[in-house]
Design a protein around this ligand. Structure first.
Ligand SMILES: NC(=O)c1ccc[n+]([C@@H]2O[C@H](COP(=O)([O-])OP(=O)(O)OC[C@H]3O[C@@H](n4cnc5c(N)ncnc54)[C@H](O)[C@@H]3O)[C@@H](O)[C@H]2O)c1
Length: 332
């Protein structure tokens, strides 16, 4: 049994608690904490869990052996560092931290102390993306020479009126907050991405402190790619579109108004994949992985050591955006 503490009682913490409530044979939520007492009380009443009055009380609770960190992006580094230093395993929401240096420091602390440090990148665990990765890795579409990706989303003014969205010190922005799941999938499926060059910034939404639209060129092992990301597609989300071209076949998959799934390689799998989830929460799958790692010692895809390369890509895109220069990412 893994005893869990949760730091941050906002929107995503509820997804964690919902997932954990379906895994009662494996997890118990010992306590939760939020600087906002009303938010902590709301979740405490809803899920029947105890509330701690401060972070130290939560970290000093010797029963707890996993802390889930669900605070705003800009606080991940500080809370994860304190948690690892208290000797507890961590599951942090994406992004790991707001700089590569901070992420590397946290990874070292976890590895040096033999602690599990997982990142919520749930899309890696969705059946459809696991299947696509298998098809690509098995060489069924040949060598991938071209990958195209579009993430055409809309975030309205109300979204940016929250206490932290769009604020440079608190929000990972378009690249690290909204797009990290998809950048990670591309790197994981057709990477490792070796080099990036990016353009964009505050193209359409001038009022927020972060970039709202980015295009990036990618060098992948046997080819090239490009990605286009935005949160300014008025009046609503269009969706995500992945197009992977190999010299023996292709895979095209999209959500929302790009909704489609075609490949000459899916064969009998098409129906199963069409009905599978492409976006949204998948925290139950994430916690099942956490259990496999902590209790059964299994290597898991959401281990920070396995997602580190895609963070290098994301920070490389940010660096190229700021410097206007190509950034070498390097292999795994
Ligand atoms: N995996 C996903 O698909 C997914 C989806 C949405 C959000 N997220 C991530 O989850 C995190 C939280 O997002 P959210 O939408 O729940 O935000 P939110 O604003 O709804 O919740 C954040 C909570 O953290 C609390 N908090 C702030 N500072 C704190 C501190 N020092 N100690 C304890 N609590 C503190 C706030 O009071 C708030 O209740 C973000 O990092 C976000 O990027 C991930």
């Amino acid at each position: 049994m893994i005893k869990v503490g949760i730091v941050g009682c906002g929107r995503i913490a509820e997804a964690h608690l919902n997932a954990l409530s379906t895994l009662k044979a494996k997890f118990t939520v010992t306590a939760i904490f939020d600087v906002n007492k009303d938010r902590a009380k709301h979740l405490s009443d809803k899920f029947g869990v105890n509330v701690k009055q401060n972070l130290e009380n939560l970290l000093n609770d010797t029963e707890i052996n996993l802390i889930s960190v669900t605070v705003p992006d800009g606080l991940h580094y500080e809370v994860v560092k304190k948690t690892l230093q208290s000797g507890k395993n961590v599951l942090v929401e994406k992004p790991v931290a707001l700089s590569l240096g901070q992420a590397e420091e946290l990874i070292h602390i976890a590895n040096d102390n033999n602690l599990f440090f997982g990142v919520v990148l749930q899309k890696r665990l969705f059946n459809v993306f696991r299947k696509i990765k298998e098809i690509v890795v098995r060489g069924e579409i040949g060598e991938v020479f071209l990958v195209l990706f579009q993430q055409i989303w809309y975030r309205d003014d109300n979204y940016f009126s929250s206490s932290w969205h769009g604020k440079k010190t608190m929000d990972g922005g378009l690249i690290l907050n909204q797009s990290i799941h998809n950048i990670d999938l591309i790197d994981w499926i057709v990477g490792p991405i070796e080099k990036v060059t990016a353009y964009g910034g505050k193209v359409a939404k001038k009022k927020i402190e972060m970039e709202d639209t980015v295009a990036s060129l990618l060098k992948i092992p046997h080819g090239v790619g490009n990605i286009a990301l935005t949160i300014s597609a008025y009046p609503s989300n269009y969706g995500d579109l992945f197009e992977i071209f190999g010299d023996k076949g292709k895979i095209v998959i999209g959500t929302g108004s790009f909704s489609k799934l075609t490949s000459n390689k899916f064969k009998g799998d098409v129906t199963e994949l069409k009905n599978s989830t492409l976006s949204g929460y998948g925290h139950k799958l994430v916690y099942e992985e956490v259990y496999d790692k902590i209790i059964n010692g299994k290597s898991v895809d959401i281990d920070v050591n396995n997602v580190y390369h895609s963070y290098k890509v994301a920070f490389g895109i940010r660096e190229s955006l700021e410097t206007g220069k190509e950034v070498i990412i390097g292999g795994k």
